[in-house]
Design a protein around this ligand. Structure first.
Ligand code: NAD
Length: 455
């Protein structure tokens, strides 16, 4: 088997216990930070080459995201990896009980192209913090970042514990035949099924970070300019290629025109009159995806933008009013620069619209009405939520990140990430003191009675 020796070597190394050592883990985490910081300009160039990402955007959402994550994890690691004491019931007394997080072994990290640095290294930080080895498979659709990862990881990290395999479907298929101890996959739901099927052969646990259509409800009692600024940022950052980008807006009739105007104003403020020439506006990942987006344009009224250039991988910030609900724009995840706005009767109708569809990765509400805010949190299921903003929950390190139902399973970020890549082992420790005889045969009616009393 093609990569058999890779995983065999990792398992041998893992079994020596080196990766369990907290000093080793912290040193590797510091090396991840150094790898990002020492090569900042090369990462920025690679992100520009793959996605036309503006440097500030790359720095905030990719590079400093990882270095900040490393700092947070190093600070908390001693605490997270300690024994976690739990109470011991009478039947197990005298004794003490605790949970001891232990590493799982070798973790395969398969990543997507839209945040090609963050989606490799944020999982890697959690995988190493938990004391595991890792095989990284970057996305072939972000080739400049993929080749930089392949070049730098062996220079900075322990080669016995962290390896990179570049490639596309054949390489990934070969990797998926191996008996990893955990697979972390970020990407689309179709491939997630392939990953989970392969994992099932070895009973390998999986974390699946997927996507979906993350809805927004905009109420009428809001500060429209603040809402529009946050929405425009969340939609058009990375040209809409963000898994937790607001996919579409539901709003009431009185709000449709004011919201469209406020969004248009924000587009001009952020990207000027011609976003194609703006240094603050990125590109679509490839010609295929630019063309895919162009086929969505006939789904409804284009009230803003609608320009594209397939060869230049450019797609302008676009707003489509009241698209057909059975159009691909409204049935597929958009994952691009188009923002549909749909007129809806009221809040209740918006809720019904959302719960009738797949559980999304995120759901957003803009309202000052605290009853609606509470109702939204209580009744809308999604991976995460923001009230009066979009995406920003991802800036809070201790909020878990992950989907629910078709938008994914398992979570990472902060302590949840550490736990996700750990086995939480249960330990009961008992002294050699004589036991109450109640649990031992011969069973008598007196023992039965006593047991009922102490339970
Ligand atoms: P992609 O094409 O980069 O694929 C992801 C990974 O799967 C790559 O490593 C690729 O090599 C591998 N792959 C592709 N086809 C395969 C096959 N047939 N067999 C085995 N492996 C295969 O990324 P994508 O799927 O286009 O990513 C976009 C999707 O990812 C969107 O739905 C988006 O919402 C989602 N996403 C989710 C998150 C999250 O954290 N939840 C983050 C980013 C993207």
């Amino acid at each position: 088997m093609q990569y058999q020796s890779l995983i065999e070597n990792q398992k041998k190394y893992f079994n020596q216990g080196i990766t369990r050592d907290l000093t080793w883990r912290k040193q590797q985490l510091k090396q991840i930070k150094a790898m990002i910081a020492d090569n900042e300009s090369r990462w920025l160039e690679a992100l520009d080459s793959d996605l036309g990402k503006p440097a500030l955007e790359s720095w905030v959402t990719e590079l400093s995201y990882i270095t900040g994550d490393v700092d947070h994890v190093i600070k908390k690691l001693n605490k997270w990896s300690k024994k976690r004491r739990v109470s011991t019931p009478i039947v197990a007394q005298p004794g003490s009980s605790y949970i001891k997080p232990e590493p799982k072994g070798s973790v395969l990290i398969m990543s997507a192209w839209n945040y090609p640095v963050q989606l490799v290294f944020a999982p890697l930080v959690a995988v190493i913090a938990a004391g595991n080895c890792a095989v990284i498979k970057p996305s072939e659709l972000a080739p400049a970042v993929s080749s930089l990862i392949a070049e730098l990881v062996p220079k900075y990290l322990d080669e016995n514990a962290v390896n990179v395999v570049e490639g596309a479907v054949p390489e990934t298929t070969a990797l998926l035949e191996l008996p990893f101890d955990h697979i972390m996959y970020t990407g689309n739901g179709m491939v997630a099924k392939i990953v989970m099927t392969a994992a099932a052969k070895h009973l390998t646990p999986v974390t699946l970070e997927l996507g979906g259509k993350s809805p927004v409800f905009v109420d009428s009692n809001i500060d429209i300019n603040i809402a529009a600024q946050r929405l425009a940022w969340g939609k058009w950052i990375n040209s809409g290629q963000t898994c937790i980008a607001p996919d579409y807006i539901l709003t009431t009739k009185d709000m449709v025109e004011p919201l469209i105007n406020a969004l248009k104003q924000q587009i001009t403020l952020m990207f000027g009159d011609n976003p194609k020439t703006s240094d603050s506006y990125g590109r679509i990942v490839n010609e295929r995806h630019t063309e895919r987006l162009s086929t969505y344009l006939d789904s409804g009224d284009i009230v803003c933008g609608g320009e594209f250039d397939i060869a230049a991988k450019y797609f302008s910030p676009t707003i489509i009013k009241d698209p057909a609900l059975d159009s691909k724009l409204m049935t597929d995840e958009i994952f691009g620069a188009i923002f549909p706005i749909i007129t809806i009767d009221n809040y209740q109708a918006a809720k019904e619209f959302i719960v009738a569809r797949d559980k999304p990765l995120a759901s957003y509400i803009f309202t000052k009405d605290s009853a609606k805010q509470n109702d939204w949190v209580a009744n809308i299921s999604s991976g995460s939520q923001c009230i009066n903003d979009v995406i920003m929950f991802n800036a809070v390190p201790e909020l878990p990140f992950g989907g629910v139902g078709p938008s994914g399973m398992g979570q990472y970020s902060g302590k949840i990430g550490f736990d996700n890549f750990s086995h939480l082992k249960s330990v009961l420790k008992r002294p050699f003191l004589k036991d109450l005889p109640v649990r031992f045969a011969p069973y008598t009616s007196l023992k039965f009675k006593l047991l009922r009393m102490i339970r």
